[in-house]
Design a protein around this ligand. Structure first.
Ligand SMILES: [Zn+2]
Length: 252
């Protein structure tokens, strides 16, 4: 027998279920946490440049804004907010970053065919691991079954006035089972949605490369956005370009 107490019958499980559902909906809408800058960014590099020393993002700044020595740089936010003692990463010239991207792109473009082949193989591998509708539907019908079990229990309690402790114990058991199934379903959907998202990114890279004839002569923010997930700044002249396919390209 469980001792009588005044705890709510469904404690935090329901709350967590609601949270999961919120997260799931956000994922389906594409509002991934950390991906928000995509909709608000004014500059191609906003939210995409990371400090190789402390991991924080870089912020755009204008040096000597009123003089002819005016220069646009990107600088670690930790350095800006907490000073050199917190992070001593140096600022990077915006033009340096742009030139580095042009070089990276042209290197990739020279080996375009091999590069596209690798990307296509990657997509196929990722999609082969995608969960099918059949698996998700099977979970759905299990969820329906458990929900009915729960309804049945409530109805039975109303009609037969079951011992409160027995009822409570049973209610919690079924609720937990339901919660577990919903969590599994949300997990599957999340994984699928990430895989679909990956495919879209890689498809976009392939399209950009396939549609591009000849070398890039100057920075192009559309091409940059299509290809690059982020840039890690190791020094003001040494970068790692992380492509949206997950590939890392070093540029010194
Ligand atoms: Zn830093």
């Amino acid at each position: 027998m469980i001792e009588k107490n005044h705890e709510p019958i469904i404690p935090k499980e329901v709350f967590e279920m609601v949270q999961d559902e919120k997260e799931r909906r956000a994922l389906l809408k594409g509002n991934l946490v950390g991906d928000r800058h995509k909709y608000t960014s004014k500059y191609a590099f906003s939210g995409k440049i990371y400090c190789g020393k402390c991991g924080n993002t870089f912020k755009r700044r204008t040096w000597n804004s009123t003089s002819k020595y005016k220069k646009i740089v990107w600088q670690c936010k930790t350095y800006i907010v907490d000073g050199k003692g917190a992070c001593d990463a140096k600022a990077v010239g915006e033009q340096v970053l742009m030139d580095a991207f042009v070089k990276v792109f042209n290197r990739i473009n020279e080996n375009k065919d091999a590069f596209i082949k690798t990307l296509t193989d990657n997509i196929e591998k990722v999609l082969s691991e995608r969960k099918t509708d059949k698996e998700i539907n099977a979970l759905d019908s299990q969820i329906e079954k458990i929900k009915n079990e729960l309804k049945g229990l409530i109805k039975f309690q109303i009609q037969n006035n079951l011992d409160e402790d027995v009822y409570k114990e049973e209610y919690i058991r079924i609720s937990k089972e339901l919660e577990e199934l919903r969590r599994r379903k949300a997990q599957l959907e999340k994984e699928n949605s990430l895989k679909d998202d990956y495919r879209k990114r890689v498809d976009e890279i392939i399209q950009v490369l396939a549609g591009r004839q000849g070398l890039l002569e100057e920075f192009d923010d559309k091409i940059f956005n299509a290809l690059v997930e982020k840039i890690e700044v190791l020094t003001p002249t040494h970068f790692i370009f992380v492509l949206k396919s997950g590939m890392r390209v070093e540029e010194v």
